[in-house]
Ligand binder design. Structure first.
Ligand code: HEC
Ligand code: HEC
Ligand code: HEC
Ligand code: HEC
Ligand code: HEC
Length: 481
């Protein structure tokens, strides 16, 4: 009974001093932002059509809670000011008035709070709604995502161009969503103050594990077998001579008896490795579990120091790190374009000249476009005047393709150039592929204590049926030539 009386007394005190403009407006701001926030949470829990834009955290995790706290702070500030004011006037009552709904002063206070809450609700609600629409618009992306231009450009021509960035980068679940919002807010600040790193790196360690991404769509048991790869290459001679590689990759997988085989099968067995760099390019040790419960560690013979660095359990992304936003190598890009007809192989030395032009350094994509075009034009005008006048359309088309190849892979303002993002598929092939890929471990120098070495026998991974051949008989046998 005593406690109840005390409560009633302090409530009277609170209402008496709280009846001032500052506190009333504070109360209205707080209740209005609370209603908007609760509305948003209800939509998020029940309606899944909502936006997954990570930058929304700025509104719902920063602005609205900020307004809420701001309103809360206004209430005691108003109380304190009114108390001080009344004290100065010597008008502090000895008994605080009772709370009566019939009291016109009290009624007026309630009316002010109700009206102000409604007005605030309309303002805060509309502002939040407009913020959400804005952040989902291409305009917002154009403004903030230009730093993603390299990945965005590569992504659009990838097999995953219909898989949303968030599917791999954010993942499912509450903690992933919270983490993404924190990251999104941080990134927006970096973009605003232009402090973002160039080039942007997202080490595999910050990505969701493959189980929560790739394996949501791809089943590791579904790719058992061999895969035929035919590579077409043009030479650096005058005729741009055509040659082929033909290889059968032992892709393997998990068969119906749970046997692991080939490239896919072997690495799904919980291998753990230690690298000395955050892009996982220099791997000094790999461990694998054996069926008897022991484990074998293979250590690089090039490494003399203690085994320490960043540790990671191998999954799909160690090989398929560029499953989407795949950047090309200069050779691959030109060869692929020439197979498609432009640059035309009938232009002498176009492979060699093209490679040089796209690998030269330019200050910007715009400068590259001008210089690549004039460079190729110049070359044929001075070296092959007959070709220049007779095949002008092909020269122009070749220049356009070279510019497109450059702009697809090189972004000087983001410091992204050939080879900035190494590719884990395949392995270094001089003049063709600069990334070590499989050879980070399969270089023939990662050896265990009992003398076993991770293989670098070419035929364990693939049968190289033809290498750099003009007319491989395998292609005619398969009816491909
Ligand atoms: C299929 C899965 C997948 C999708 C879809 C995807 N990414 Fe990635 N992304 C990755 C992986 C895996 C890496 C790590 C690459 C590495 O460490 O080498 C990565 C890395 C990045 C990086 C760091 C730089 C780099 O290339 O390594 C950026 C930036 C990036 N992604 C942006 C995007 C954007 C923007 C989109 C959508 C347009 C997107 N990603 C869609 C899987 C994906
Ligand atoms: C949301 C579903 C989804 C996710 C997540 C996803 N993929 Fe895919 N992936 C696809 C689809 C669909 C295709 C087939 C695209 C086509 O054929 O055009 C594909 C194709 C591929 C291919 C074949 C590409 C080719 O050139 O033929 C590879 C390799 C691949 N995905 C690997 C990955 C890896 C690795 C990850 C995780 C980093 C991943 N995928 C995540 C749906 C997904
Ligand atoms: C040790 C490296 C490695 C790992 C780990 C790996 N892959 Fe692959 N994967 C490859 C290679 C190599 C190819 C063939 C590449 C090519 O076609 O050029 C391939 C091909 C594929 C393809 C295309 C198959 C086809 O028939 O064309 C898919 C899909 C794929 N991988 C998904 C995955 C998924 C999902 C995982 C994780 C469960 C995974 N891979 C783990 C190396 C790997
Ligand atoms: C650890 C497995 C592995 C070993 C060992 C290996 N390769 Fe490969 N190699 C691959 C894979 C995977 C690819 C396919 C990459 C792709 O998808 O394009 C490849 C591709 C190639 C290519 C075509 C690539 C290109 O860019 O033109 C050549 C040539 C080649 N390998 C030669 C060799 C030779 C020669 C050896 C032996 C010294 C060897 N490889 C050992 C896995 C291996
Ligand atoms: C992080 C290190 C690592 C990377 C990267 C890696 N592997 Fe392996 N791989 C291993 C280990 C460890 C083994 C098991 C070696 C053993 O048991 O002797 C293995 C085994 C294999 C085997 C079975 C060898 C056999 O003797 O039957 C194949 C095939 C293979 N890898 C292909 C590849 C290909 C292709 C790539 C690149 C696309 C690749 N690996 C990348 C670590 C790696």
């Amino acid at each position: 009974m005593f406690a109840f009386d005390k409560l009633r007394k302090s409530l009277r005190l609170f209402l008496f001093y709280g009846n001032n403009w500052t506190s009333l407006i504070g109360g209205a701001i707080t209740s209005a932002s609370a209603i908007v926030l609760i509305g948003f949470w209800v939509v998020e829990i029940f309606g899944h059509s909502g936006s997954r834009n990570p930058y929304l955290g700025i509104i719902f995790d920063l602005c609205l809670p900020g307004l809420f706290v701001f309103g809360l702070l206004l209430i005691p500030i108003g109380i304190w000011m009114r108390r001080r004011h009344l004290k100065a006037l010597g008008q502090i009552p000895s008994v605080y008035p009772r709370i009566e709904l019939t009291d016109p002063v009290f009624r007026r206070g309630i009316e002010i709070v109700l009206v102000a809450t409604m007005v605030n609700f309309i303002i805060v609600g509309t502002a939040s709604y407009r913020g959400v629409s804005y952040m989902d618009s291409p305009n917002f992306c154009g403004l903030s995502c230009h730093v993603m231009a390299p990945q965005w450009t590569a992504y659009q021509v990838s097999p995953h161009s219909h898989v949303a960035c968030a599917e791999c980068h954010i993942g499912a679940g509450f903690s992933a969503a919270v983490q993404a919002k924190v990251n999104g807010t941080k990134q927006l600040a970096e973009v605003t103050f232009r402090t973002f790193p160039r080039p942007i790196l997202a080490p595999l360690s910050v990505l969701r594990p493959a189980r929560a991404t790739c394996e949501e769509c791809h089943s590791p048991t579904r790719f058992v077998g061999e895969k035929l790869l035919v590579e077409t290459m043009y030479g650096d001679d005058e005729k741009n001579s055509l040659t082929h590689n033909v290889l059968v990759l032992h892709l393997g997988g998990v068969d119906s008896l749970s046997h692991l085989s080939g490239i896919h099968g072997h690495h799904l067995d919980d291998y753990e490795y230690v690298a000395t760099d955050s892009s996982y390019q220099t791997i000094i040790a790999v461990s694998k579990h054996n069926s008897d419960g022991s484990s074998t560690q293979f250590v690089s013979s090039d490494w003399k120091g203690p085994i320490q660095g960043v540790t990671r359990r191998m999954d799909c992304m160690d090989c398929h790190n560029q499953a989407t936003h795949t950047f090309q190598t200069p050779n691959d890009a030109i060869d692929k374009a020439m197979v498609d007809g432009s640059p035309s192989a009938s232009l002498p030395f176009v492979h060699k000249e093209g490679l040089q032009l796209i690998q030269a350094e330019y200050a910007s994509q715009a400068e590259a476009a001008t210089k690549i075009t004039s460079g190729l034009d110049n070359y044929y005008r001075t070296q092959y005047p007959a070709i220049w006048s007779g095949q002008r359309a092909q020269v122009d088309a070749a220049a356009n393709t070279l510019v497109a190849i450059y702009q697809r892979n090189v972004f000087p303002d983001m410091k992204v150039t050939w080879g900035t993002y190494p590719n884990g598929m395949g392995h270094s092939v001089p003049g063709h592929n600069p990334s070590p890929g499989c050879f980070r471990c399969h270089d023939g120098s990662h050896t265990s204590k009992d003398g076993k070495t991770i293989t670098n026998d070419c035929s364990v991974c693939h049968n190289l049926l033809a290498s750099d051949e003009v007319n491989p008989k395998q292609l005619s046998l398969l009816g491909l030539q």
